[in-house]
Design a protein around this ligand. Structure first.
Ligand SMILES: [Zn+2]
Length: 306
């Protein structure tokens, strides 16, 4: 009986210790907040179990122009790290007070290579209000070499917070970098088949993509879900007269009516999803692989035609 009691006491103590250990572990996890989905995906890959990664924007909004509510801002303020995209992305981060020491501007390393855009007219996407794409172009991660640099900045910030885990962090970064640079090489190879080929972009978000892969892009300001106005069609015809593109790339699947009318002008539609928000299926890499396939079809059709 005595033995049983002692064993039970011991067991209780062990359970208590295990419980405490687990609690300490959960407490130990870094809380990392990000301003877009690509940064969240990279942080998840690099941090593994070290951190809980939170990207709190609801699905369907464009995180570039999203404004979090007060409660969400408070959550950002208490995070261990806040990953920013830089390049004037998510301007709300400059308008609220965030702890400077925990901010990580992931694109600061290539700040000198930011693309500046002329002022453009304002417009709105869905419910996010009016915005303009003038100023600094911000879709930095569509140049996958730049993306790899952003991933590196995340790894450095995590290592500073958890120096003990540096080796694991570096290993995870290497695996991610291999994936990103593999895609980079694939897209480069496809785009090299005919570098000057005129292409249209439905929205001015492909500046870094165009520069990195040598795409000859001209952009309009259309929305996938909205039928362009007659003046927008007239503008497009003007562009086509000097930039005879046969393909338009879209952020998302465009409306069938728009696709048909474009086809009548000899222009086919392809999705190249910037993936700024969490995709409904797959992840950053599978979406980018799909984008690479879109480009493959565009350039593949070229060689098939001739
Ligand atoms: Zn826009």
């Amino acid at each position: 009986m005595q033995n049983v009691k002692r064993a039970a006491g011991l067991l209780a103590m062990v359970l208590l210790l295990v419980g405490a250990g687990r609690w300490a572990l959960a407490e130990d996890k870094l809380r990392v907040y990000t301003v877009n989905y690509p940064l969240a995906y990279f942080a998840e890959r690099i941090a593994g179990d070290l951190a809980t990664i939170v990207f709190p924007a609801p699905p369907g909004v464009d995180p570039a122009f999203w404004m979090p509510d007060e409660e969400t801002i408070a959550a950002y303020q208490t995070a261990d790290l806040i990953l920013l995209n830089g390049a004037d992305y998510a301007t709300w981060t400059a308008r609220v007070s965030l702890p400077r020491s925990r901010l990580v501007d992931t694109s600061r390393g290539f700040k000198a290579q930011y693309i500046q855009q002329p002022n453009m007219t304002t417009h709105s996407h869905g419910t996010s209000g009016q915005h303009s794409h003038g100023g600094t172009a911000f879709t930095t991660w569509l140049d996958l070499d730049q993306t790899a640099q952003q991933a590196e900045a995340i790894a450095q910030a995590l290592s500073r917070k958890r120096p003990d885990a540096k080796v694991q962090i570096e290993r995870n970064l290497e695996a991610l970098r291999d994936d990103l640079l593999g895609l980079d090489a694939r897209i480069s190879e496809v785009a090299r088949t005919e570098p000057g080929r005129p292409l249209l972009a439905s929205h001015p978000v492909y500046q870094y993509l165009g520069r990195r892969y040598g795409l000859n892009l001209r952009s309009v300001m259309w929305e996938p879900e909205e039928m362009p106005s007659e003046s927008q069609w007239t503008e497009l015809k003007g562009i086509l007269s000097e930039h005879p593109a046969k393909w338009m790339i879209w952020e998302d699947e465009p409306a069938e009516k728009t696709v048909e009318r474009l086809r009548a002008l000899g222009v086919q539609s392809f999705v190249f999803n910037p993936c700024a928000n969490r995709p409904s299926a797959g992840d950053f890499l599978t979406v980018m692989a799909g984008n690479a396939r879109s480009l493959n079809r565009i350039f593949g059709l070229v060689s098939g035609d001739q």
